[in-house]
Write a protein that binds this ligand. Sequence first.
Ligand code: ARG
Length: 463
Amino acid sequence: MTLWSGRISTSMDATLWDLSESYSFDHVLYHHDIMGSKAHARGLEHAGILSAAEANDLCGVLDDIEAEFDRGVFVRVGSDEDVHTAIERRATELLGALGAKMHTGRSRNDQIATTLRLFTRDAIGDVIKAIFSLVNALVALGDANEEAYLPGYTHLQRAQPVLLSHHLNAHAWALLRDVERLGDARRRCNVSPLGAGALAGTSLDLDPQVPATILGFEGTFANSLDAVSDRDFVAETLFDIALLGVHLSRMGEELVLWTSAEFAFATLADEFSTGSSMLPQKKNSDVAELARGKSGRLVGNLTGLLVTLKGLPLSYNRDLQEDKEPLFDSLRQVMLVLASMAGAYGALHFHIDTAQRAANDQALVAIDIAEDLVREGVPFRQAHEEVGRLVGEAATSGRSLRDVVLDHGQYSRFAPLFEDGASLRRRSSPGGSGPLARDEQRRRLDERVRALKSAHEDEGYIG
Ligand code: ARG
């Protein structure tokens, strides 16, 4: 029997059934759907539609049904179109007429909006926790190699030396912005649509604030049409995950480069490496490549949902059922990437000698000579030109910049700049890449992590 057997007498064509059923993927919402239904039962009790005993019975049976799902013994019957119909059918089986009362004053339209908001609210908390673990792994790798440095690049050309911790923290800062963004999305997610009914509210005396308070929502909807048709919270979450995925992809690309024989700055631990089915010598960085590759579907999931939403008339349309699979997929994939990247960085062997040799490239000292000339009063453009000529001479004559500088007596005072690590030590401006700026940045990073963690703990996001 369908939910609309009163209105439509013939049974649904099998092709339409296959097209429209969503239980196959939305059953994962059972916990949050039952939470919403229990809160709705209390709302019905508050309105005097259910007696206290009836509301207690209904909530008790909903707990039993949840336990069936938890134990993997919940049985879907053929007519269960989605998770909501399955739970209501089972409640009615167990409770008879009382079960049939549970949908009073509610539509699946406000129900799914509520369920999905509850689900997304928790899922964002899980992503935030996983981001913090990755940030920890990055910071710990920098701490374990406190003095290590490598070349910093622009245009993938060696530019200036940077501390390894400075480099890794650059990724950490981006990830912390992801935490901020997700927290922001979560706030807009945290508004209850329950009570909007199919689209226009109800004539029954139901107060939306009652279930909203029980469910810990920060507020309730102001407009019932908006409440059932708004999927901004899904789109925002997908955007935040897509951008997080782009950050992870850039980190992945960097690990691919670092672990190549050409760079040889790092080696992945064996447990985070893969081999080749044909070439016995291969040790591949699939973890990093998948971090890079997964970003494609994360962006695709966002794009797909935006296209689904575009052009929908108010209010609920069945198209909205297409919000779930992209959301579930993005959450699952990004959690996989976050966990494996945290593990990979946690066990990464960084090859300090190779990286520092590359960073001690004498050409990188050019800016230090120019800046010393500036200190002596030479306008920067002129200093740039002067040092550029020395670099050009080194390139055409095949000598090192240091040899050229020493050959020109008037520049010999710059010889100490060529000592290993000298250039790095001079990068002392606030937020700069050298050891003198390190502690201040670290203090700011720790402070940001602490502030974000405590904000999320306050809101009950972090266990
Ligand atoms: N499975 C549906 C969804 O995810 C639930 C809402 C169905 N509402 C309706 N009027 N057909 O959107």
